[in-house]
Design a protein around this ligand. Structure first.
Ligand code: SF4
Ligand code: SF4
Length: 366
């Protein structure tokens, strides 16, 4: 494989925060073993050796959790040392890490800057919005700690992407969130809808996002983003950039825009490999990196039941005028209603695309 992307969970589902909407906690509790503890050096070495053997041009190691920094800075120092040792084919290697930011201090920041990590930090917005759902284990606010870390990373020229979860509480305030993040100096922003518990009807939790709020938030965000762009005040918002890219003929970078689920190479702390972060469940386990090579894992994908429904999207998609740009969204947002597959956000997508299409086309022509 030319370009290999791997998503590693060094601390399994362990976390030092208790976000009310955590999708990974919900998923992990549906497995026989909710938390596999910390990743051993044996698993780490297997991942690195096998990934660098299998990739031909580029290899991206992404770290996620739970909270990946709980594995300790030494884990990551060892990891990057081993990559240097085993990268005999001189592949272009990059690193990314998604964190809540709580444990990051100057030593971590120096390391991230040195190894050119792209750091994704979760922050839902100004204090009252962050504190509505993202508290630490003692029920205390995390806002000041997280914003200080973001400022420290930016000062050290570490690339920072802030990930904001759209909930019933935050989606009404996207204008406030967008300008707050800009003021903080965050130019790379990503907004993702919070997930309802797996296998349960959507919209029932107190934090649940509704399609109406999803549409309103994206339309308002697009207005803000576009108007800044026209003033040469550039902010990167992943979703919008992808839409422009698709209209220009580039492949999207998010699997939710491919029209089918693809292998995301999620590796749990014990070495078990799964197809997607939203489905790290026992029944979808592909294999274990200690026992198989990536080649062997890929050969087994067709027999994995996750991929049997890989391109199952909304029943309306094949006739939809927005399909070329939407591609049916994420399968995790789909469920069966009256024996037909529906995407919870389908009507919201249609409303958003009708609202933004002229400006998207203009940007794609520029
Ligand atoms: S379920 Fe969603 S996130 Fe997972 S592979 Fe499919 S489209 Fe991607
Ligand atoms: S807007 Fe709805 S029907 Fe159209 S492509 Fe997207 S999910 Fe499918």
């Amino acid at each position: 494989m030319k370009n290999l992307n791997i998503l590693i969970k060094p601390a399994s589902s362990a976390c030092n925060m208790v976000c009310r909407y955590c999708f990974y906690k919900d998923e992990a509790e549906k497995r026989e073993t909710a938390c596999y503890g910390m990743m051993s050096e044996e698993v780490m070495e297997n991942i690195i050796k096998k990934a660098l053997e299998y990739a031909q041009e580029t290899c991206t190691f992404g770290f996620q959790g739970g909270e990946p920094t709980l594995a300790g800075l030494e884990f990551f120092q060892k990891f990057t040392d081993l990559v240097e040792k085993y990268n005999k084919n001189h592949l272009a290697v990059s690193y990314s890490l998604q964190t809540n930011g709580i444990l990051i201090d100057n030593e971590w920041i120096t390391f991230f800057a040195d190894k050119k990590f792209l750091i994704g930090i979760s922050l839902d917005g100004p204090k009252e919005i962050q504190d509505a759902n993202r508290l630490d284990q003692n029920g205390k606010s995390t806002f000041n700690r997280v914003t200080r870390v973001i400022q420290g990373l930016l000062r050290s020229q570490v690339e920072v992407n802030v990930l904001t979860v759209l909930t019933r509480q935050s989606a009404r305030h996207v204008e406030k969130i967008y300008s707050f993040l800009k003021k903080l100096g965050v130019r790379y922003q990503q907004y993702i809808p919070c997930l309802d518990p797996l296998g349960q009807p959507q919209g029932k939790e107190f934090y649940s996002l509704t399609p109406k709020l999803f549409a309103q938030a994206h339309k308002r965000l697009f207005d803000l983003w576009f108007s800044d762009l026209m003033r040469n005040d550039y902010v990167y918002i992943r979703q919008f950039e992808n839409w422009v890219g698709i209209l220009k003929g580039y492949p999207p970078e998010a699997c939710t825009m491919y029209g089918r689920c693809t292998m995301q190479n999620v590796i749990e702390a014990n070495g078990d490999v799964f197809p997607c972060d939203f489905y790290v469940l026992d029944k979808y386990k592909v294999g274990n990196i200690k026992e198989q090579s990536f080649q062997q894992l890929y050969e087994k994908l067709e027999e994995n039941s996750f991929f049997q429904d890989a391109d199952k999207r909304d029943i309306r998609c094949p006739d939809c005028r927005w399909y070329p740009i939407c591609r049916g969204g994420c399968r995790r947002d789909c469920s069966v209603e009256k024996q037909q597959q529906h995407n919870y956000y389908c009507e919201a997508y249609q409303e958003i695309f009708s609202y933004v299409i002229e400006r998207l086309e203009y940007l794609a022509r520029r």
